[in-house]
Each structure stands twice: as C-alpha cells, then as structure tokens.
Design a protein. Structure first.
Ligand SMILES: Nc1ncnc2c1ncn2[C@@H]1O[C@H](COP(=O)(O)OP(=O)(O)OP(=O)(O)O)[C@@H](O)[C@H]1O
Ligand SMILES: [Mg+2]
Lengths: 272, 294
C-alpha cells in the first residue's frame, strides 16, 4: 500500500503500521501515556484505527482497554487524578491539545458502555438529548429522528406506544439498544463500545452484533470485548493489549490465525 | 445446631417485627397522647379560633395560636430558603469539581458543625447574628432590636446546612459516573450534564434532603428561642421579633400552671407542631413520589 502522509501543525506522521486493504485511519494515537497517581495505566500507545472497520481491543482484565477508549473522547477529563500525555488525532486534529471545544469533538463519537445507563428522562428524551444540545428544536425533526434511530436499532416496534415513558421501564437489552440509538442520533463518525453485550441476554447481544455489522458501512467502530468468539465474528482489525501496552495488532485474520507473541497465543488459547 | 439456628432465626425476626411495630406505633402514640392532653382546651374553644385567632392572653383564657404558627413557618421557610441553595451549590461543587482532598477535608468539618450543641449556635447567634441583623436593619431603615425572625432564620440556616449538605453529598455520590460519561459523550458540557442529568437523577433525593432539613429546622428550639425575640405578635417583616411554637412550649411548660387550661394549651401547641411537621412530611413525600414518576 502507498504511504500516505499528512501534515498537521508541522508534524509529519506516516501511516505505516496497518495492513493491506485497510483504509486511511480516522483515529491515530501517538505516544499516549496515561498516569494515575501511583501507576502508569497506558504506556506509549501507538495505534491507527482504520475507517469503516470494526477494530477490536483485546486483552486481560485491567490492561487498560476502557481507559484507552475513554481517552479517545477525553472522558478522562472527569477524573482529576489521571494525567495524559501524547497525542490522539481524530480527523487529523489532536484532541488532547486542541483549542477547540471538546463537546463538538465528543459528538463525533458515540459511546456504549458495559451496562446501559439510560438518561433520567423519557425514551424519546434519551434520543433527543444530544440533538437538543446541538441546537435542534424543531419538533417535527426531533420526532422523525426518534423514529429513525429507534428503527435503526430494532427498538421502534417495541416502544412506539410508550415513547414518553421513563427509559428505566425498558429491559436491560432494550436499554442498551436505546443507548446505542441515542449515540447514533448525534451522527457520530466513530462508535466506542466497551463490552457492550456483556450484560445482555443472547438475543439482545445478537441484535447489537448484527447492528454493528450494518453500522460499519457508515461508522468506524472500536469495540472492547472479552468474548473471543464475538471478536472473531466482528473484528476486521485487532489490537491486543497487556498491562497498559499494545503487544500486537493487525488484521483480524492474521492475528487469530497467526499470532506472533507468546502472550497473544496464550490469550487466544485460554481467553485470559 | 439446627434447632439453635432456627431459634435464632425466630428470635431475630420476632425482634425485627417488634421494633418495626414500635417505630410505626410511636408517632401514633405521641399523636394520641397529645390529643388526649389538649382535649380540655378543644372543649372550651373552637378549633378555628385556636388556629386562626391572634389573641393570646392565657390569664383571660384566650388562646390564639396564629402568631406562633406564622412565626414558626416564617423562621423555618426563610432558613430553608437561605440554606437550600448554599447546600445544593456546595454539594455540586464538592462532588463534581473540587479535588478529592477538599471533600475529604470537608467531611469531618461537616460532622463537627452538625455535632455542635444548639445552645452554642444560640450563643453565637446572640453574639454575631443579632448585632448583624440590627445593623442591617439600621442600614435598610427597618426598626429592629436584632432579635428577629431573620436572626433566627440565619442561625437555623447555619445549623441546617451541615445536616442537609451531608445528605446531598450522599445523594450525588450515588449517581453513577457512567451517567455523566454518557451525557458528556453526547456532547453536553459539564454544566449541562449537572443541570439535565445529575440534578434530574438526584431530584427525589434532593427534595427529601431538604424536606428532612425542613422538619429539623421547624422543631429546633433552643437556638431559635435565644434569638427570635419571643414576642407574641404577627411579624410584620423579617426584622420583627416573633415567637415560635417550640419556644412557646420550652419557655412556659411547667410554669404558670395556676392558669386553668394553660397546660392543655401548651399541649395543643405541641400537637400543632406535630401536625405541621406531619403535613409537611406528607407534602414532601408527595413531591418525591411525583418526581420519581417522571
Ligand atoms: N480513574 C482511575 N484512577 C486510578 N486508576 C485507574 C483509574 N481508572 C482505571 N485505573 C486503573 O487502570 C487500570 C486499567 O483499567 P481499565 O478499566 O482501563 O482496564 P480494562 O482493560 O478495561 O479492564 P476490564 O477488562 O476489567 O474492563 C486498572 O488497573 C485500573 O485500576
Ligand atoms: Mg473495561
């Protein structure tokens, strides 16, 4: 593949370490270190996330997958004891050192957590929350969006008669789909998903997985999962982490069929 | 062994039922006791007269509780109006923005403030708040001795703040940080997240914290008694003196028992206080219920 270069603020960074057939990266992490008060959580992370693909983060518990995900939309701001250095380029903009408003950048990313956390408002309110923050007030548009995005996650038929009910009245699986829908409603480019199916029943998990495969035409998905089989089903690109470091990364095929490091081999065999 | 465990099980559940029943019956028993004790007064006077008449002259057998009711409500509501925003803002600041050590430092401070006996707050009120209100009155051209509704409300507010703040901190601590993450990731600012998510999620907790603060403030006796002036009158404004129900009872119970019905009247005052607290409790319960249904 041809070597692409992009110039930003005078830094030239070649996109070198990703495989054949993968498109230009949309997220580019460079030399990211994250320190907590008495430990280093992420160590010198370099990572390119290809566009319109599903990138899966694998690794044993506590290796820093969630932290890496949170760095990508700077939710780490919430934790005053975390210190970050390095850079994260999203659409060629270093979000760790940008003068631009972080809220706009965050809307480029939809977030799906381990368990659903519906906002304390109605079902429809959950979808329109982000839209209203964007300044959309027109009722017709909002209603149309609610329907569109609930249909996108196969929730519309189940909830269309109770849109004004509290989102907490939904089942866990429905709540998680609602959380996906509300993230999609702000029209992000990237979906960050942190073990999105780990609290769900098999059926709801399947809906989410199918949704991801559909979504990847329009979105870039970064998925953390502990379920190896899920990773194999979904991944285009795999990043394997161990104790805060990226040990191995590459195309899914390559990683699963031909792991190079002993750590990854062991992980794929034993699952931890 | 098996028998022993069963016995322990029986005993403990019996004990639990007993304590539950005790706590359920206690307010009822107090209420009934107060009604019985004040029955004498209710025979002689109409309830409306007792509640809404401003004529208080025990020696002439005139018992109008209106000034006491109004003073009590004035002092309490004013205190809560002062304390609630302070508590809410500090709780938000401490739980959301302040560095962790600040919260760690505040906890013992709050506990100490909550543990200071009310008589000390009363003395502090006389030494600081009364002169403060007196000079404030001079600036605003209001006639006041300083011993006033406002002074009592300020002292009460200071006394209520640690109590309510403590509960609010707990309310905010219970709200999962993931909910904030969700809101931020949808493009909200910190402040929008606080406004739409944290306050909304904590609403019923906030209301009940303020409600409990209100009940506590309404029943507070000594500190208020020391600074409110204890003049039986309908307070014209916050700078007027007043006389609250708890002060009335504390000041007079056991004295002047030569006056017929006085004892019953004080009991009726206690009953009133009890009823007002109960009514506000139900009101707050109702609001909480409504806020949870949303
Ligand atoms: N705010 C924080 N302050 C201090 N340490 C933290 C903080 N957040 C995470 N850590 C630490 O960073 C390490 C990585 O945590 P992280 O949640 O990213 O792991 P993970 O890979 O997502 O694990 P899991 O698979 O169990 O979810 C852990 O050791 C954790 O204790
Ligand atoms: Mg995690």
């Amino acid at each position: 593949m041809e070597q692409t270069t992009a110039t930003l603020k005078g830094i030239i960074h070649p996109y070198e370490h990703y495989g054949e057939g993968l498109t230009q990266p949309i997220v580019e992490v460079k030399g990211l270190n994250v320190f907590s008060k008495n430990a280093q959580i992420l160590k010198n992370i370099h990572l390119s996330v290809p566009k319109n693909k599903i990138t899966v983060l694998l690794g044993p518990s506590g290796c820093g997958k969630t932290t890496l995900l949170k760095c990508l939309n700077r939710l780490t701001d919430l934790y005053s004891d975390l210190r970050l250095d390095g850079s994260i380029f999203i659409d060629n903009e270093d979000i760790l050192n940008t003068p631009r408003d972080i809220t706009e950048i965050r809307q480029k990313m939809g977030l799906l957590l381990q368990r659903p956390f519906p906002l304390p408002m109605s079902i429809a309110g959950n979808i329109t929350y982000g839209l209203k923050l964007k300044g959309i007030r027109n009722k017709k548009i909002l209603e149309a969006k609610v329907e569109k995005h609930l249909r996108d996650v196969a929730l519309w038929d189940e909830v269309k008669d109770r849109l004004s009910h509290s989102a907490n009245s939904l089942s866990i699986g429905q709540q998680q789909r609602l959380c996906l829908a509300r993230g999609l409603a702000v029209e992000p480019e990237i979906i960050l998903a942190d073990e999105p199916t780990s609290a769900l029943d098999p059926i709801s998990s399947k809906v989410i997985e199918e949704e991801f495969i559909k979504l990847k035409n329009d979105y870039t998905i970064i998925l953390v999962t502990h379920i190896l089989r899920q990773a194999k089903r979904l991944a285009d690109y795999v990043v394997f982490m161990y104790y805060g470091e990226i040990v191995e990364h590459g195309d899914a095929e390559e990683i699963f069929n031909n792991p190079k490091t002993a750590l990854l081999k062991h992980y794929l065999e034993s699952g931890y | 062994m098996q028998l022993k465990r069963k016995l322990a099980d029986k005993l403990s559940s019996g004990w639990m039922i007993f304590s539950l029943a005790f706590f359920l019956l206690l307010p009822l028993a107090i209420g009934v006791g107060l009604v019985l004790k004040s029955k004498g007064l209710l025979h002689e006077h109409s309830l409306l007269d007792l509640l809404f008449s401003g004529n208080w002259a025990p020696s002439q057998n005139k018992f109008g509780f209106w000034p006491f009711i109004i003073s009590s409500l004035w002092v309490t509501i004013l205190a809560i109006v002062i304390a609630a925003p302070v508590c809410l803002l500090s709780a938000i600041y401490l739980s959301q923005f302040a560095p962790r050590w600040a919260l760690k430092l505040m906890r013992p401070v709050i506990d100490i403030l909550a543990g200071i006996p009310s008589v000390i707050y009363g003395v502090w009120g006389i030494l600081v708040m009364v002169p403060f209100v007196s000079s404030l009155g001079a600036i605003l051209n209001k006639e006041t001795t300083g011993f006033s509704i406002l002074a009592a409300a300020l002292v009460l507010a200071v006394m209520t703040i640690p109590y309510v703040l403590n509960m609010l901190l707990e309310v905010f601590r219970q709200i999962p940080v993931e909910l904030q993450e969700a809101s931020l990731s949808l493009g909200a600012t910190r402040w929008e997240t606080i406004k739409h998510i944290i306050l909304r999620k904590g609403l019923s907790g906030i209301i009940s914290a303020i409600g409990l603060g209100f009940s506590k403030a309404l029943g507070e006796t000594i500190a208020v008694l020391m600074v409110v002036g204890n003049v039986v009158q309908l307070p014209k404004n916050a700078f007027s003196s007043g006389y609250t129900l708890p002060s009335l009872i504390a000041n007079n119970y056991g004295e002047m028992m030569s006056i017929p019905s006085y004892d019953a009247a004080l009991m009726f005052g206690a009953l009133l206080l009890f009823a007002i607290i109960l009514a506000f409790n139900f009101l707050f319960r109702y609001i909480i219920y409504k806020s949870e249904a949303l």
